[in-house]
Design a protein around this ligand. Structure first.
Ligand SMILES: C[S@@+](CC[C@H](N)C(=O)[O-])C[C@H]1O[C@@H](n2cnc3c(N)ncnc32)[C@H](O)[C@@H]1O
Length: 295
């Protein structure tokens, strides 16, 4: 049996969000091993964060090269080790707390009481899949999804169908379901989301179907389609995202760095089969957009 290798990379703390996003979007299992607030490694320089990942490919070299291409800046240092035992629950407990993702919706862990001053509470048992709700790309996507659901309800379409592409922990799909969506289908390229989504759906009593089939093999059209993935993946999936959004439907795109949006948007729109009305938003250097199709 192949020995599981753990690669530990240290980044300037300012790069952490982009690094985490690159790992998650590449479908790689990763976790924060240490950061200044945790203080677990005495030799961690101030202002530095340590991430670990466990290459899924046969070749670690390939996995590292692919990640380096996606990362905004090279890591400060890299250590290769045999994977050891890590107490994930203890680590998560230190830095995953209930937080408002939108003014009326909070996301948090099952071991802490949920806030009372929100309408919707999404409980996430954190694991390896991306999606604890605190990343700016998730917040943007969630806010826009919530607005789209409210607009459907106002038009007399109270339980629209939702497709959550790159569902990770299921946080977006589960939130939509709690808000009032009808059928919710999540897709991801990473098999580990199957268990994690199932666990989170149970925790929230919010059923959602999840598949790991490529998008071109997923049948159906949906009134609301959400995709929080890296820009190049969004472009690769453009025609499928278009095809899966029903006439009169809404497509929410997130995961694009603000400084890449000006070139991303026209090239994405050029790949669609129909015109869309675009609403754009930026949060903490990340950009997202809602594309509304008339037909
Ligand atoms: C940034 S995470 C988003 C997770 C969650 N939806 C959120 O908003 O917090 C991106 C997810 O997309 C998945 N992914 C990457 N490429 C994909 C593809 N071509 N099709 C479907 N999922 C993909 C990754 O495995 C990862 O779970």
């Amino acid at each position: 049996m192949k020995q599981l290798i753990e690669i530990r990379l240290r980044f300037p703390a300012s790069e952490i969000e982009a690094a985490e996003f690159a790992y998650a979007s590449a479908g790689q299992a990763f976790a924060v091993l240490d950061e200044p607030e945790l203080g677990l490694s005495p030799d961690l320089p101030p202002g530095t964060v340590e991430l670990a990942f466990w290459p899924q490919e046969d070749s670690e070299e390939e996995a590292i090269l692919e990640l380096e291409e996606r990362l905004p800046r090279r890591a400060l240092s890299m250590v290769r080790a045999r994977a050891g035992k890590v107490d994930w629950v203890e680590r998560w407990k230190k830095y995953f707390h209930w937080e408002k993702v939108t003014p009326s919706l909070a996301v948090g862990p099952p071991w802490e009481p949920a806030p009372q001053d929100v309408t919707w509470r999404v409980m996430i048992s954190p694991g390896e899949a991306f999606g604890t709700g605190n990343h700016a790309t998730t917040r943007l996507c969630m806010g826009m999804a919530q607005e789209a659901l409210a607009a459907f309800a106002a038009k007399g379409e109270p339980a629209p169908s939702v497709l959550d592409v790159g569902c990770g922990s299921g946080v977006l799909g589960i939130a939509c379901r709690l808000i009032g969506a009808g059928r919710v289908l999540g897709t991801d390229i990473d098999e580990l989301v199957l268990d994690e989504c199932a666990r989170n759906c149970l925790l929230n009593d919010a059923p959602m179907e999840v598949v790991t089939d490529p998008l071109d093999q997923v049948p159906g059209r949906f009134q609301l389609v959400l995709a929080n993935i890296l820009p190049n993946t969004l472009k690769t999936l453009a025609s499928e995202l278009d095809r899966h959004t029903a006439p009169g439907g809404v497509l929410v795109l997130s995961g694009v760095p603000e400084n890449a949006a000006a070139s991303f948007l026209p090239s994405f729109l050029a790949m669609l089969s129909r015109p869309a009305t675009v609403t754009q938003r930026v949060l903490d250097t990340w950009w997202a957009a809602t594309l509304t199709f008339d037909r």
